[in-house]
Ligand binder design. Structure first.
Ligand SMILES: Cc1cc2nc3c(=O)[nH]c(=O)nc-3n(C[C@H](O)[C@H](O)[C@H](O)COP(=O)(O)OP(=O)(O)OC[C@H]3O[C@@H](n4cnc5c(N)ncnc54)[C@H](O)[C@@H]3O)c2cc1C
Length: 775
């Protein structure tokens, strides 16, 4: 099953919550026994000001007699009467990095099975994570574990000096210093994941010019509590903690603290939640709920024997060579019955109520104060959702602005609402349209420029299609400053439409005012605009300057002849085989040189041509070729190999015939349309064919099959308007099918608004009366 995100759709399971008093619920679960004081950890601030004592791993204190079978798990009871969000950090020793007990074998075997069944969801690395993973792997297997726990782990050495790690509990053996060919970062993470019970996240600090924040570069996490670990890969610290209520209160100090953490001076902290099930692998939901206002529950539906207090013993350790930070945590589960037996039931109930009284009341829900209404249903919904694949499409539109930047009164029709995009889908509730600009792309998450869900700017995905198209100079495209201002936008983007329509009216006005107009470029946009201007304003002097010897040179010469004939008929001048020397910074946008009441005048008076002549005009309109929109890949915040992916010859994204990106590790990413390097004509129809191929290949992959369907090239074609009602339907000869002549059909059935209601209808929006165009 797939779920589609059209520049983003977000699926979330919101577990139903209780309106029941949390204290009442807990007292019911725990029973009322005597009150005892709690054992909160003391807050010892580490000494972070001193210089690092050493830049190699610190010595480890051995536990030669440690017997895991007879060691019970440590008891952590970190709840306090009032919750205040803070880092609550304590210093610890390097020797305490990994804590073992009699649950070791059960847990690591379970982790092995989670790693094998959930694969990339529970471990992974981005390229910058390889060195830290290697450093951590070699240290844990080669030094830490055999030193600290010599009865459980050892290292043997061959005559040639090759070191092998032995786990005497599970029987696992592994090379201590594998070569790159022998093991990649992911393979090392898998070994680590089934050797220690701790979940491991490695973070590296971005260079200062990129903001200097810490970014997750590798992870192995088999015990996630209410989050999808893979989504955190490539994220910065602030984004990682996106759903944690009140995290903004401490995110700044967290960054500073991370920067100053020293080698050999690790720290620890303890974190707790309540959940309705005993499972450690709880990627989403599981009683960790995030909304205060939702629903009602019946307490009887919770099985108290299954409810747990979940405590994470977290550590932060600086790796000496790569300077990465290891964030590790071991998760403990304590049955509520056990807490009750200790007499701590009322204290825990107090602590849960206290969550509402502290500096982050949202914690009350986040920590599971109100447990899921009907946990079994929530679980099955969660399972259903985790079986869904999130597919994100970035972009997706069809451009046709030139007519509306010339002819008055129709500009508002150019913006078709996205409201009905999914109405023909069998289950529209599975799809979303997210109104946002994508700013960074990582292998499994997309970052957008505004908070979309629980203050997060991250959209996780299983598959993603890049359909970011290409950019023309205005008015071929409306500048971002007009359409993309967050301040100007209402929730539904209504102001955005008004701003864009006003912008087109300003162009109409500039064109109306100009007596002499030069269109720079004789492709489809230049030709269509020249015909429209001359037909609406026959007395203006209109000139096309085109660098090639024939117009519409991407097509068979016959199309150029048809266009020449029509331009002669309309009285448009054409200068071929010569270029305009562009002014530095391009032609000024005439709309920016006018106030709201002032009259637009000119954006230039004279330009030089490459043959030495000068050309005078009131208005110059650049109609040069489109440039692929690849900033999402090239952004310094993105973590994809942009240099490998972008063809320097044309700036497009390299794709395979299946529309998958041409990179073996990015087979779940696709590019289609103008931005894709397919060699096909850049037009709507080829884009639609490519979209179909990408969609069917994603479906195949979701169903466990290979992406096999390939795009077949077809001859370039175009439906080119030659004035308000005239047009030509043209297709190059299909050489592979043996054709030698193109197909051309002249038409005279056009309309001023280009019958745009039909385009609205294709987008699912039926225009019944003219007012509907203002939607
Ligand atoms: C003026 C003009 C006239 C044309 N006339 C015709 C014609 O008559 N017939 C024809 O077949 N073709 C025509 N074309 C070509 C056709 O419009 C394109 O080939 C087609 O629109 C390409 O579709 P696309 O989905 O690849 O990209 P686009 O239609 O360009 O859509 C890309 C979308 O992605 C969005 N986007 C980009 N980056 C981001 C980001 N980071 N985050 C979020 N969103 C992003 C953009 O805002 C845009 O809405 C014309 C093009 C132009 C410019």
């Amino acid at each position: 099953m797939t779920a589609l995100i059209l520049l983003g759709l977000i699926l979330c399971v919101v577990t139903a919550l209780a309106a029941f008093s949390p204290r009442g619920l807990l007292l019911w679960l725990l029973g009322l026994l005597g009150r005892e004081s709690l054992l909160p950890p003391s807050s010892v601030k580490p000494d972070v000001e001193k210089k690092p004592s050493s830049e190699s791993w610190p010595p480890i204190e051995p536990l030669p007699d440690f017997d895991w079978k007879t060691t019970p798990p440590i008891k952590l009871r970190p709840f306090k009467p009032i919750y205040h969000i803070n880092m609550a950090i304590q210093s610890t020793t390097p020797s305490e990095l990994i804590v073992l007990d009699n649950t070791y074998l059960t847990k690591v075997l379970e982790r092995r099975s989670i790693l094998s069944s959930h694969g990339p969801s529970v471990h992974g690395a981005i390229p910058s994570g390889s060195a830290p993973v290697h450093e951590l792997y070699t240290y844990l297997l080669g030094t830490y574990l055999p030193t600290r726990y010599p009865r459980l782990f050892s290292v043997s050495q061959t005559e040639k000096g090759t070191l092998t790690f032995h786990n005497h509990v599970t029987g696992l053996t592994a090379p201590v210093c594998p070569s790159e060919q022998e093991m990649d970062a992911e393979a090392m993470l898998r070994i680590l994941g089934e050797t220690v019970e701790d979940d491991l996240f490695l973070l590296l600090q971005d260079p200062a010019e990129q903001g200097g924040q810490h970014r997750a570069v590798a992870f192995v996490c088999c015990h996630p509590a209410g989050f999808a670990p893979r989504e955190k890969l490539g994220m910065r610290l602030g984004e990682i903690h996106g759903p944690v209520p009140g995290i903004e209160k401490i995110s700044g100090s967290m960054e500073r603290f991370f920067s100053r953490l020293e080698v050999g001076k690790p720290v620890k902290r303890v974190n707790w939640t309540l959940q309705t099930t005993p499972h450690l692998f709880t990627p989403r939901g599981s009683g960790v709920t995030l909304h205060l206002d939702d629903a009602v529950q019946e307490v009887e539906k919770i099985d108290p024997s299954q409810a747990r207090m979940r405590v994470e013993l977290q550590t932060l350790t600086r790796l000496p060579q790569s300077r990465a930070i290891l964030f590790s945590f071991k998760s403990f589960m304590y049955p509520l019955e056990e807490i009750k037996a200790e007499g701590l039931g009322p204290a825990l109930a107090d602590a849960v109520e206290g969550l509402q009284k502290g500096n982050v009341p949202g914690m009350w829900i986040y920590k599971g104060a109100v447990m899921s209404e009907n946990a079994p249903q929530a679980e099955s919904e969660k399972d259903k959702m985790s079986a869904l694949s999130n597919v994100v499409v970035v972009g997706g539109s069809y451009v046709g602005l030139p007519r509306f930047s010339i002819l008055p009164s129709h500009e508002h029709k150019a913006f078709i609402p996205y409201t009905s995009t999914y109405t023909s889908s069998p289950d529209p509730s599975r799809h979303l349209i997210l109104h946002a600009r994508a700013t960074a792309l990582h292998p499994h998450t997309l970052t957008v420029d505004r908070p979309i869900f629980q203050s997060s700017t991250s959209v996780p995905f299983d598959y993603l299609i890049l359909a970011t198209g290409s950019k023309l100079p205005p008015p071929g495209n409306i500048p971002l400053s007009v359409t993309d201002s967050l301040n100007n936008m209402t929730h539904h983007g209504k102001n955005e439409k008004e701003n864009a329509a006003r912008y087109l009216r300003q162009w109409q006005s500039a064109i109306k005012q100009a007596d002499t107009i030069v269109l720079v470029g004789g492709g489809a946009v230049g030709v269509q605009m020249a015909c429209d201007i001359k037909e609406i304003y026959p007395h203006k002097q209109v000139t096309i300057v085109h660098s090639r010897d024939r117009l519409m040179n991407a097509f068979h010469p016959w199309l150029g002849e048809i266009v020449d004939e029509r331009l002669r008929e309309l009285g448009v001048r054409v200068e071929k085989g010569v270029r305009v020397v562009f002014p530095e910074g391009g032609f000024p946008d005439p709309t920016t040189t006018t106030g709201s009441n002032s009259t637009p005048k000119t954006n230039m008076t004279e330009v030089r041509l490459t043959d030495g002549r000068c050309l005078k005009a009131d208005l110059f309109i650049p109609c040069t070729g489109p440039k692929p929109s690849t900033s999402l890949l090239t952004s310094p915040s993105s973590t994809l190999p942009a240099q490998e992916l972008i063809n320097p010859e044309n700036g497009c994204i390299r794709v395979r015939p299946t529309m998958q990106l041409a990179h073996e590790k990015l087979s779940h990413l696709f590019a289609i349309g103008d931005v894709a390097d397919t060699g096909m004509h850049k037009a709507a129809r080829p884009g639609m064919v490519q979209a179909g191929v990408a969609a069917r290949n994603i479906l195949a992959m979701v169903e466990g099959r290979e992406a096999r369907e390939v795009v077949k090239g077809s001859p370039g074609g175009i439906h080119l308007t030659l004035g308000l009602t005239r047009s030509v339907l043209f297709r190059n000869p299909n050489i592979t099918a043996g054709e030698t002549e193109p197909y051309a059909e002249k038409k005279e059935d056009g309309a001023e608004d280009m019958h745009i209601a039909m385009a609205w209808a294709r987008r699912g929006v039926k225009v019944m009366k003219v007012e509907d165009f203002h939607l």
